[in-house]
Structures are given as structure tokens and as C-alpha cells.
Design a protein around this ligand. Structure first.
Ligand SMILES: CC(C)(COP(=O)(O)OP(=O)(O)OC[C@H]1O[C@@H](n2cnc3c(N)ncnc32)[C@H](O)[C@@H]1OP(=O)(O)O)[C@@H](O)C(=O)NCCC(=O)NCCS
Length: 251
């Protein structure tokens, strides 16, 4: 990341957020049987039904952990119990706070393997993506899904750097798509992103998007996009069940 990094662990602080800042939460999706029960109880009826439709127990647990994590995190910003939060969904299934909350808080969630990230800001549309990096031949996928520019950028890199750059591009494209919220109705090859972590501006769908990658976890690529300038991203996690500020990135 080209920004300044301020590293400090501060435990147990209730997150306060300036209007133009982004908070990025990292959560672990492992649940003990006890935790699964208590966290299932925090979900709405439609979320519980969705959880029970998963065929694999692993996927059910991850869904419960991600949604209850989302509710517990939002509850701190909204000062209300996690189970009292109501979501509404766009035509393309992007979740948001229901209008009854009368809040300008915006969020987006992503998961990969047993980790999830949640990005939170005020007012502006936001998207986040996380991808676990797996050793695989990425060039055929890049040729098929990426723009010609992105494919050329990837080919120009030394072979050893290509897998990381592939996941970097992928997570950045997804973060933009998720900020816009229309899913894959916008062709992936119709726009280009950088193949490294840099903060960049991209004009798409009549809006100016800011996009940056944040080193959240080893072996994962994480990117955030929003339609306002990005000046700061604070990285939060739960430590001993307490909200803990891990790092602040500034540009
Ligand atoms: C739904 C989509 C927005 C992202 O899906 P994904 O990458 O499988 O999953 P992620 O973990 O990043 O995001 C899922 C979460 O995003 C949120 N979400 C759902 N629809 C959304 C939308 N239209 N816009 C933004 N966020 C959305 C939900 O919170 C969802 O979590 P949930 O399962 O708990 O409800 C969609 O773009 C998609 O299907 N992408 C996959 C496309 C692909 O193959 N990309 C290759 C890139 S090279």
C-alpha cells in the first residue's frame, strides 16, 4: 500500500468514524457448536431459513458466522442489539440497512474460505472483496475474464509474481462490481484495474470510484472500492470478543 501505515493495537474501543473514513473489519468464520447456536439466534427469520438450506455443514456455519458478525459489528455503530437490525436488499441482492433505521451507514461483506471482511462507511456506496490465493494456472482464467490491458499487465510480470497479481486484479474488479451493486451485469472485461495494491480512480457507470487493496491477511487479497475519495482505512478485528483497532492506512 502506498499510504502511511500507523500500526497500533487498541482493544475495547467502540469504533467512531469520521464521515469520509472507511472501517474494514476482519472476522474469522470458525464456530464452536455453542457459538453456532447463540449466533444463529441473532439472525432474522429469512437468514435462518437461508442458513438451513446449505447442504454442507461447513458452508452453513460460515454463513451464520458472517451474518452474525455483520450484525454484531453494525450494532456497535447503531447502538442497538444485533438481532434488532433489519436489512433490505436491492434488485441484485446487495444488502443494506433497511430505511426504518434512518441511517446513512453503508456496508458490504465478502467471504473466502474461512475468513470474511466487512467494509463500513457513511453515505457512499461501498464494495469489498476478499480472495484466498490458491496455487493454480491463472493465465487461462485471466485471458477469459480480464480486460486485454489487465491480461497484458499480468503477462509482463515475472512468472513468480503472476499468481499474486492475478488475485489482486480479481479482488479489485469484484470490489468495484460490489460497490456498484449490479453483480455481473457489467462485463468483467469492460474495465481495467491495476495489478498492484495502489490507490486508483476509475470512472464507471457515471461515477468516480476509488479503489485500493489492503493487506489484511497473508495468502489473501482484499480490495475496497467506494464512490468518494479514500483518505483513510482503519483495520479492525475482534480480540477477546472486544473490538480492536489493528492498523490505520492513510493517503
Ligand atoms: C454476488 C457477487 C456480487 C459476489 O459474489 P462472490 O464473489 O461469490 O462472494 P463475496 O463473498 O465476495 O460476496 C458475497 C456477499 O456480498 C453481498 N452481496 C450480495 N449481492 C451483492 C451485490 N449485488 N452487490 C454487492 N454485494 C452483494 C452479500 O452480503 C453476500 O454475502 P451473503 O452470502 O452473506 O449474503 C457477484 O458479483 C458474483 O457472483 N461474483 C462472482 C463472479 C466471478 O466469478 N468473478 C470472477 C472475477 S475474475
Amino acid at each position: 500500500v502506498n499510504g502511511h501505515v500507523h500500526g497500533h493495537e487498541k482493544a475495547g474501543i467502540i469504533p467512531r468514524m469520521h464521515l469520509d473514513h472507511i472501517h474494514l473489519w476482519q472476522i474469522d468464520l470458525h464456530l464452536s457448536p455453542d457459538e453456532e447456536q447463540t449466533q444463529f439466534a441473532l439472525l432474522s427469520e429469512d437468514e435462518q431459513k437461508r442458513a438451513l438450506r446449505f447442504l454442507a455443514d461447513k458452508h452453513k456455519k460460515r454463513f451464520i458466522a458472517a451474518r452474525s458478525g455483520l450484525r454484531r459489528i453494525l450494532s456497535q455503530y447503531l447502538s442497538m442489539p444485533p438481532e434488532a437490525i433489519t436489512f433490505s436488499y436491492s434488485e441484485h441482492h446487495k444488502p443494506a440497512l433497511a430505511p426504518t433505521h434512518q441511517s446513512d451507514l453503508q456496508f458490504n461483506l465478502a467471504h473466502s474460505s474461512d475468513k470474511a471482511v466487512i467494509a463500513i462507511t457513511h453515505q457512499h456506496a461501498i464494495g469489498v472483496d476478499i480472495e484466498k490465493m490458491k496455487p493454480k494456472d491463472c493465465l487461462p482464467l485471466a485471458k477469459r475474464f480480464f480486460s486485454p490491458q489487465e491480461y497484458a499487465d499480468l503477462l509482463a510480470l515475472p512468472k513468480t509474481q503472476q499468481p499474486t497479481a492475478f488475485y489482486c486484479i480479481w479482488s479489485r474488479k469484484e470490489a468495484i462490481l460490489k460497490a456498484i451493486g449490479t453483480g455481473l451485469s457489467l462485463p468483467l472485461s469492460s474495465f481495467s484495474v491495476a495489478c498492484d495494491e495502489r490507490l486508483e480512480k476509475i470512472s464507471l457507470e457515471n461515477a468516480a470510484w476509488s479503489l485500493v487493496s489492503i493487506p489484511v491477511l497473508n495468502d489473501y487479497q482484499t480490495a475496497v472500492a467506494t464512490n468518494s475519495p479514500i483518505t483513510s482505512v482503519s483495520l479492525w478485528h475482534f480480540f477477546d470478543h472486544k473490538p480492536t483497532l489493528a492498523k490505520v492506512f492513510k493517503w
